[in-house]
Every structure is written in structure tokens, then in C-alpha cells.
Design a protein. Structure first.
Length: 231
């Protein structure tokens, strides 16, 4: 809502300037009114130049006669918005689930961990780790691996490393699946009686160009309607 609010907070936190601002606000006696008005105008102008048009219309316009009150109102709104944002991020973390796609779960968990840190929500490392592992405990394929991670004292205090280990497990599982499953896009190849004789087959609705016993147009795999009824 407030453009560059963190910069303003830093600017006003400088002791010399903030002291002068606070002093100027206290100079309310008649003989000091002119000096107070000048300081008040300067502060209102500075604050106004750092906020968005929408915030100017909504807040600055109504409190432009008193810089201290204006700053207080802006700070209240900024704090309120920050609290709401923290709440939203926390609810996203609580609602996150493993839905069968391990890679998606790893990515989402990593992004949510970053988001929690961004809004200054500090979860104890071991609780973070067990939350991540707990949402995977119902998956029979990874249950044993999750159990091993949860018993590792060196890992439970490093949730980022736990996610990295789960990523390694997922990558290795994918490699094993690829090595044990023939490619759907390629035709089956089988060796016959002699080592030099190879028979090429067509399958999965595709014609194998290495097969010379028939043409693409005559291929039963590609054109199943051509297959004789007794086959």
C-alpha cells in the first residue's frame, strides 16, 4: 500500500533527523508556531512524495495538516497490511498438501519456506522438517525413506537439506523407472535364434521403419483395421 515504506522507516530512524522532527512537533507555543508550521510542512511533503496516488487520496489527503498524525496513520495501515500478509502465508503453509506429485510438493514446500522467511515467520527448524515429512508419511512408495530421514539427527534441524534429499530420491526413482520401462515411442526389438538375426516389430500404433516385411501403409500396428479377423 505504501510505496517505499521500508525506506521511509529507515530514513526517519536516523537519530538526528527523527529528533528534529519530534522536537518540531513539540514546539506548539505561540512564539514557535511559525517554526513548527515550516517543519510540519516539510515532513508532510516528504511523506507525500513517497506514497502511491491511491494512498495519498485515502490517507494523506485527510491528515495533511499534521505530519505526526499522518505518519501514525500510515504506519498503522502498513502494520495491519503486514500482519494480514503474514497470516495469508502461514495459512498457505498449513494448507499445503502432498497430492501425489512429488516434484510439485518439493517445489511448493521450497517456495513456502522462502515466503515464511520473507514475512519474518520463524518456525523452529525441526518442526519445519517434521511438517514436510509428515505430509509424505501416507505415501507407501516413500514412507520408508521418510522414516529414515526423520531419524537422522543431523538432518532434522536442516529442512532445506531434507528437501534436497527428497529431491535426490525423486530423481533416482525417475531414472530407475526409465531404465526398467521400454520407450513407448520405439518399436520392440527381439533377438532370434542367431546373434546376427534380429527381428523388428511394430507396436503401440506406430510403424517401425526398421521392419522390412511390410510398408507403412500395410502396417497392422498403425492401421489395425487392416488386420485379418483371424489374427
Amino acid at each position: 500500500m505504501v510505496y517505499g515504506m521500508h525506506k521511509l522507516l529507515f530514513f526517519f530512524s536516523q537519530e538526528s533527523y527523527w529528533t528534529s522532527v519530534r522536537t518540531s512537533f513539540l514546539l506548539t507555543q505561540p512564539q514557535q508556531q511559525k517554526k513548527w508550521n515550516k517543519a510540519n510542512f516539510d515532513e508532510v511533503s516528504l511523506i507525500s512524495s513517497r506514497v502511491s496516488h491511491r494512498v495519498f487520496i485515502k490517507v494523506v489527503k485527510h491528515y495533511s495538516k499534521n505530519a505526526h498524525l499522518l505518519w501514525t496513520k500510515l504506519e498503522e495501515q502498513y502494520t495491519s497490511k503486514k500482519a494480514i500478509k503474514r497470516g495469508i502465508v502461514w495459512m498457505q503453509w498449513l494448507k499445503s498438501k502432498y497430492k501425489g506429485n512429488l516434484q510439485e510438493y518439493i517445489d511448493n514446500s521450497g517456495m513456502l519456506m522462502i515466503s515464511l522467511g520473507t514475512v519474518n515467520i520463524h518456525v523452529p527448524a525441526e518442526l519445519h522438517t517434521f511438517t514436510i515429512l509428515g505430509k509424505l508419511s501416507g505415501n507407501p512408495r516413500i514412507h520408508q525413506f521418510v522414516k529414515v530421514l526423520g531419524l537422522n539427527k543431523d538432518l532434522i534441524e536442516k529442512p532445506e537439506l531434507v528437501l534436497s534429499k527428497i529431491q535426490d530420491f525423486h530423481n533416482n526413482s525417475k531414472i530407475q523407472e526409465k531404465s526398467s520401462t521400454p520407450s513407448v515411442a520405439t518399436a520392440l526389438v527381439s533377438e532370434s535364434a542367431g546373434p546376427d538375426k534380429i527381428t523388428y516389430y511394430c507396436s503401440n500404433g506406430k510403424h517401425n521403419p526398421n521392419c522390412t516385411s511390410h510398408t507403412k501403409e500395410e502396417c497392422f500396428a498403425k492401421n489395425p483395421e487392416l488386420r485379418p479377423s483371424n489374427h
